[in-house]
Design a protein around this ligand. Sequence first.
Ligand code: ATP
Ligand code: MEV
Ligand code: MG
Length: 385
Amino acid sequence: MEVRARAPGKIILTGEHAVVHGSTAVATSIDLYTYVFVHFSTPSDDGDLLTLQLKDTALEFSWPISRIKAAFPESVLSCTPTSCSVEVAKIIAALVEELDIPEAKIGIASGVSAFLWLYSSIQGFKPATVVVNSELPLGSGLGSSAAFCVALASALLAYTDSVSLDLSHQGWLSFTEKDLELVNKWAFEGEKIIHGKPSGIDNTVSSYGNIISFKSGNITRTKSTLTLKMLITNTKVGRNTKALVAGVGERMLRHPEIMAFVFSAVDSISKELTSILKSPTPDELSLTEKEEKIEELMEMNQGLLQSMGVSHATIETVLRTTLKYKLASKLTGAGGGGCVLTLLPTLLSGTIVDKVIAELESCGFQCFIAGIGGGGVEVNFAKSS
Ligand SMILES: Nc1ncnc2c1ncn2[C@@H]1O[C@H](COP(=O)(O)OP(=O)(O)OP(=O)(O)O)[C@@H](O)[C@H]1O
Ligand SMILES: C[C@@](O)(CCO)CC(=O)[O-]
Ligand SMILES: [Mg+2]
């Protein structure tokens, strides 16, 4: 029995960090995916191992099922999404510690912990091989952790009675609305292990796809009348969303009144962006006007992100470089390095785009343009060749 799942990454157009504190944020899926393949062992496989292959970091881990069974409490299997208890978190931490993950790749430990929680909760103690690979840069603000959790939850749920999928379907298959809700809730439990205090926007956009406005767990799907073209620049500076979210939380505790104003301003920016995206775009003039407004909103949001303390010297370099070409940019995701968005207006000449990319890449950054607003997570039951 095998299944593969693919879940998209995302960009946050406005509202990261503030969304953790209840403000509105706007995000869209991108056409770069994390893939999870699961092969559940059959008696003929003669295996009693749970194996996790993480292709992006060239790491492989295996646990004898008996080892996992002995470590976990019996009651861990659950039909409904459940948070990892402090007791089980300690058990998982001990199992992950035994793996001796090399220091340079230690960030992966949180992903392995999320895997152990989702696997044992959804599948119990069954032998299997799980293979993960991603088109997303890991830990760069494009939602790699959420895509990982969404693809994993989908693949693990695919054969269970909790969802209703046509197992004879050929090719990629979407979940029903009700099943997507379940996938999204399980993925959120995984994100909690990786992030500490996620808002849920990343797993939600990875599950559902499209453009969404998100506030305190409530999703509004936004049908945009314009197609945004965003240049994504990866500064290649590694960072960790958990630490950055915690840093903003501490600033909030030190300056509650000021930060409340900052978060409220971000909320207004996201609401204004949503209304611009939704309103009719009858002609080229209104398109240009809208793009100019969006650029202004991005600049204001970036200023507020700076005041939250999540910008970085490399992000400032990208901002300065794109400004030379009169282009507006902002960080996306948790910041502290990672990726920066630059709006490429529809009427911008290809020559300018080439020039700005060349200048950014000469600084050692990596630029690409991803397709945005596509569908969410899908599964595929086709036999691998
Ligand atoms: N393909 C993958 N294989 C293994 N672990 C992964 C994979 N993708 C993500 N992870 C886990 O998620 C962590 C990165 O999550 P983090 O939230 O810090 O960054 P991000 O999700 O890429 O960015 P953001 O949260 O800002 O969008 C990795 O260190 C790893 O633990
Ligand atoms: C920084 C943050 O707002 C977005 C990370 O992509 C964290 C979250 O919402 O969980
Ligand atoms: Mg993340």
